[in-house]
Design a protein around this ligand. Structure first.
Ligand SMILES: O=C(O)CCC(=O)C(=O)O
Ligand SMILES: [Fe+2]
Length: 277
C-alpha cells in the first residue's frame, strides 16, 4: 500500500525534492506492474534478458484474422510510405489549442479488440486505457527500423498480427531516453532515437504468428528499441526465442507475404480539448 506522508498539510510543490522523487517512483512502479501480474498473463511472459515481454499465440482465431483483413481491405485509407503503409485511428486533426490531437472514435471492429484487451487487464483502465490504434501494412521486403515508441505512448504497446508471420527484434538496453525531443525521423520513418553502434545485433527475436498478440511494457517498452528487418524471407537463428514452440529449427527459413499489424496503445492527452481521452 502506498503511504502518502502528511500530504494534507503541505502543497505538493513544497515537499522536499527527495520525497517527491520517492513518491513519483512509487507511483510509476504501481502503474508499471499493474495489471500484467495477473495469473492469466503469467504463462505468456517471456523469461529472459529483456523484461516485460508477453507473447500470446492464437489470440485471434484464423477466421477472425481473415475477417479483420477483409474489413481493412474494404475500409482503410492508407498513408503510403517507403517502409510500409500506415494509418492511425483514435485521434484526428490538431485540437484548438494546438498542443494535442482531437479524440476520434475507433471503428467498431477495433473497439471490440481494444475492449477485450482492457478486460484481460492488458491496459490500466484508469491511468492508461488503450485509446489509439496504428495499423501498419508491410509487403514482403518491407520492415520497420529499430525505434522506441516514445513517452506519448507510455507505458506499453500491444501488437496484434494479421497476415504473414515476421521476426520481431529487440535491441540491447540503451541509457536513459532523452526527456525531450522525441521527433520523427523522416528518413527511417520512425520516431528518432540516438544512433545504435554500427553492427548492433538483436538481443531477443520472436517469430510473430498471424493472430498473435505481443505486449511490450516496462523495460522492453522504455529502453529496448524494437524493429522488423526489411527482408523477403526470415531466417530462424538461435536468437528466435519461440522458434521451438512453433516447431521450427535453426536454419529454417520462411517466406513472408503481406503482413498487417495493429499497434494498440494509450496516447497521452496533452490538453483538455477533448472531453474524455
Ligand atoms: O508492425 C509491428 O509489429 C510493429 C509496429 C511498431 O513498432 C509501431 O507501430 O511502433
Ligand atoms: Fe514501435
Amino acid at each position: 500500500m502506498l503511504k502518502v506522508p502528511s500530504l494534507s498539510s503541505k502543497p505538493l510543490e513544497d515537499l522536499p525534492k527527495k520525497l517527491k522523487e520517492n513518491l513519483a517512483m512509487k507511483l510509476e512502479k504501481l502503474s508499471q506492474t499493474f495489471p500484467m501480474m495477473e495469473p492469466s498473463w503469467v504463462p505468456h511472459h517471456l523469461a529472459g534478458k529483456i523484461q516485460d515481454v508477453h507473447y500470446v499465440r492464437n489470440f485471434l482465431e484464423p477466421k477472425q484474422v481473415e475477417e479483420f483483413e477483409r474489413i481493412i481491405d474494404r475500409t482503410c485509407d492508407w498513408e503510403k510510405m517507403q517502409t510500409r503503409d500506415t494509418q492511425e485511428f483514435g485521434s484526428s486533426g490538431t485540437c484548438p489549442c494546438g498542443r494535442s490531437l482531437l479524440r476520434a472514435a475507433l471503428p467498431p471492429w477495433q473497439s471490440t479488440m481494444v475492449d477485450a484487451l482492457g478486460s484481460l487487464g492488458a491496459f490500466h483502465p484508469v491511468l492508461f486505457p488503450a485509446n489509439s490504434v496504428r495499423l501498419n501494412a508491410y509487403k514482403p521486403g518491407q520492415g520497420i527500423h529499430p525505434h522506441l515508441d516514445g513517452p506519448v505512448y507510455f507505458p506499453r504497446a500491444a501488437i496484434v498480427s494479421l497476415g504473414s508471420h515476421c521476426i520481431f527484434d529487440f535491441y540491447p538496453r540503451m541509457g536513459e531516453p532523452e526527456e525531450h525531443g522525441f521527433s520523427w525521423d523522416r528518413d527511417k520513418e520512425v520516431p528518432s532515437s540516438p544512433q545504435m553502434p554500427p553492427g548492433t545485433k538483436p538481443q531477443l527475436s520472436l517469430l510473430l504468428e498471424p493472430g498473435s498478440l505481443l505486449v511490450l511494457s516496462g523495460d522492453a517498452f522504455t529502453y529496448h528499441r524494437h524493429g522488423i528487418k526489411a527482408v523477403e524471407e526470415d531466417e530462424i537463428t538461435a536468437e528466435v526465442k519461440n522458434a521451438k514452440d512453433i516447431g521450427l529449427s535453426v536454419g529454417d527459413s520462411l517466406r513472408r507475404t503481406r503482413r498487417i499489424s495493429l499497434t494498440i496503445r494509450h496516447l497521452l492527452p496533452r490538453c483538455n480539448c477533448s472531453p474524455v481521452f
